[in-house]
Structures are given as structure tokens and as C-alpha cells.
Design a protein around this ligand. Structure first.
Ligand code: G3H
Ligand code: 13P
Ligand code: NA
Ligand code: ZN
Length: 328
């Protein structure tokens, strides 16, 4: 059944597990993720970005979400807007059937400049006021996603925000997080602790100087009843990089967020874990490999099928690693 983020994350907090939020843009991703959720008996968050809405059309997304819920009626599915950029995009997502929206007021709606406190509080609060009237959940974000290695904040398109930012400007301040939740009444809070979107997060396996999990521990201590969200949580597995590079791709060596760090976060209040890049790598690796091995093949189903299997395998691993398996 379709459920809200609040319902799902309240259960996750009660039973101490995390829920992966996987991005979709097309039918293949939707079916592959649900195949894994079904195999693991796991609830799931399926999220679509502004880019996904532009790519697939809201009407297609709505019918796709309804379709997977009808195919797997016993699996709880939260349909979430990823990085809504303004109150209008959140409201049109709700009209399109989303049960949960993210109002990302951490960046201005041009998505390049870090926003100030008053802007973030005011847009986020206006979305929660409207969304809650209709029983829809809201995720807010405080802090700027981006690299502590380079001091660059990150816009939604994965390109750096203008200028160098200090650690203090990038990381979420725990006291501000308390005030932000109180002022906005968000159901879940995305926090910044050194991750960024995309494949190129860290130049080596991250330690505490670039992946500041202590920020999560401290925010959870101060806000024990707020569901925390980790963005930029792909692990960017070396073996997925290798397959792409073996078959003509060009991914330069890079590190993501180690699974153990996410598991540590789940022990400290992280309930929603956003993963897009790992799925993209899994899909692309298999398509590259299949087309290399079968140069005469041109039926899209022939290469989309192994791509879907690779995404299902990835999602299955994450459901098991985050404790979501068996919680449907
Ligand atoms: O936040 C970024 C997500 O990975 C979505 O990416 O905006 O390219 O759809 P996208
Ligand atoms: P990744 O790029 O690490 O998969 O992060 C996705 C994300 O945070 C979507 O909001
Ligand atoms: Na989101
Ligand atoms: Zn994100």
C-alpha cells in the first residue's frame, strides 16, 4: 500500500532500522527496486527529483507508482519528492500523488547559492503547514551538502555552489537543527556532514575529517524524536566502477560512504538513506557489459533485463544492510 514517510519512519524508529530511498526515473528502476523490496519483504521509499519529473512526466510517474503498489499490495511504499526547490514544486508533487515531499530550502531555488536561515525556515514552514493539512509528510534540509576536502558546497545538479565554504558553513549546526525543527515542524531532517551527491564524494576512504558522523550523533542527542536523513549516501562500490571501466567507461577512482558509517548513523537516528548514484552505476555497468559482449543484439529488453537485475541486487543488499528486510 502507499503510505506516508511519517508512518514509515515512525515504524523505523520504533524498530531501529533505516529505510533506503531510491531514486527512479523510469519503469525499469521502479520494477527493479520493487522486485528487491518484495524479495526482502521490506518497506521502501521511492523518490523522484525535479529532473525525474521533467524526464518522465508527472502523469507517467503517478501511474507508475500506482502500478507498483497494485503489483505488490503487501509492500508499504512511500512516494517522495526528492529536493523540491520551492513550495510550488512541492504542491504540484502532492497533486501528482506523492505522499511525502522534500522542501530543500538549504539552497536558493536557483539551486546554486546557499540560502539564509530566514528563507529556509519560511519556505519550509509554509510547505509543512499546507502539506500537513492533507496528511502529507515533509522533509527539510539544514546545512549545505558538499565536500569538506575541498570546501565546496554542492547544488542539486552536482555542480559546486559558488565559492569556498568553511566547515561551519557546510556542516549542520546541532543547536540550529533544534530551532529549525521547532520552527518548521518537519517530519524528517536532512543534515549535512560532509557527503555530496554523485560518484565523486571522497578521494580516498573517508575518515572523520571528511565524513563528520559526529554531527549526526550530536543532532540525535539533541533531537531524539526527529527522523534524520542522510543524502549523498551511495557507497560507490569499487566493483561497480570496475565493470564500467572494463567495458569502455571512464570513471576516475573515487570513494563513497562506507556501509558501516551508514549503519552507525542508523544507530543514531538516521531513518532515511538516499541512494541514487549506486543504482546508476549498477545499471550502466551491465548495459555496457551486455552491449560489449553481444554486439549484434539491439532489442532494448536484452540489455535492460541484466541492468534491472543489477539494480535489484544492489537494493537487496541495502535492505539487508540497513535492517529494512523483513519489516514490510
Ligand atoms: O539529488 C540528486 C539525485 O541523485 C537526483 O538526481 O536531479 O539528476 O535526478 P537528478
Ligand atoms: P547519491 O548521489 O550519493 O546516490 O545521493 C542521492 C541523493 O542524496 C538523492 O537526494
Ligand atoms: Na529527499
Ligand atoms: Zn539528495
Amino acid at each position: 500500500a502507499k503510505i506516508t514517510m511519517r508512518q514509515l519512519l515512525d515504524d523505523a524508529a520504533d524498530r531501529s532500522y533505516g529505510v533506503p530511498a531510491f531514486n527512479i526515473n523510469n519503469m525499469e528502476q521502479a520494477l527493479a527496486i520493487m522486485d528487491a523490496a518484495n524479495a526482502c519483504d521490506a518497506p521502501v521509499i521511492i523518490q523522484a527529483s525535479k529532473g525525474a519529473r521533467a524526464y518522465a512526466n508527472d502523469i507517467m510517474l503517478r501511474h507508475m507508482m500506482d502500478a507498483v503498489v497494485e503489483i505488490y499490495p503487501h509492500i508499504p511504499v512511500c512516494v517522495h519528492l526528492d529536493h523540491g526547490s520551492d513550495p510550488g514544486s512541492c504542491m504540484t508533487a502532492i497533486q501528482a500523488g506523492f505522499t511525502s515531499v522534500m522542501m530543500d530550502g538549504s539552497l536558493m531555488s536557483d539551486s546554486r547559492t546557499p540560502a539564509d536561515w530566514n528563507y529556509n525556515v519560511s519556505v519550509t514552514r509554509s510547505v509543512t503547514q499546507m502539506a500537513h493539512l492533507g496528511g502529507i509528510s515533509v522533509e527539510g534540509e539544514l546545512g549545505v551538502l558538499g565536500s569538506l576536502e575541498t570546501g565546496t558546497g554542492e547544488a542539486e545538479d552536482g555542480h559546486g555552489a559558488e565559492g569556498q565554504l568553511s566547515h561551519e558553513q557546510l556542516l549542520t549546526d546541532p543547536d540550529e537543527a533544534v530551532a529549525f525543527v521547532k520552527e518548521t515542524k518537519v517530519d524528517a531532517l536532512a543534515v549535512a556532514m560532509g557527503t555530496s551527491h554523485g560518484a565523486y564524494k571522497f578521494t580516498k576512504r573517508p575518515d572523520g575529517s571528511v565524513l563528520a558522523m559526529r554531527v549526526i550523533e550530536e543532532i540525535h542527542r539533541k533531537l531524539p524524536n526527529t527522523h534524520l536523513v542522510m543524502h549523498g549516501s551511495s557507497s560507490v562500490p569499487a566493483e561497480l566502477q570496475e565493470i564500467i571501466n572494463l567495458y569502455g567507461g571512464d570513471i576516475r577512482p573515487t570513494w563513497g560512504v562506507p556501509i558501516e558509517e551508514i549503519q552507525h548513523g542508523i544507530k543514531h537516528g538516521v531513518r532515511k538513506v538516499n541512494i541514487d548514484t549506486d543504482g546508476r552505476l549498477a545499471i550502466t555497468g551491465q548495459i555496457r557489459k551486455f552491449l560489449h559482449d553481444n554486439p549484434g543484439e539491439f532489442d532494448p529488453r536484452s540489455y535492460l533485463k541484466p541492468a534491472m537485475h543489477a539494480l535489484t541486487k544492489l537494493c537487496t543488499e541495502r535492505f539487508e544492510q540497513f535492517g529494512t528486510a523483513g519489516k514490510a
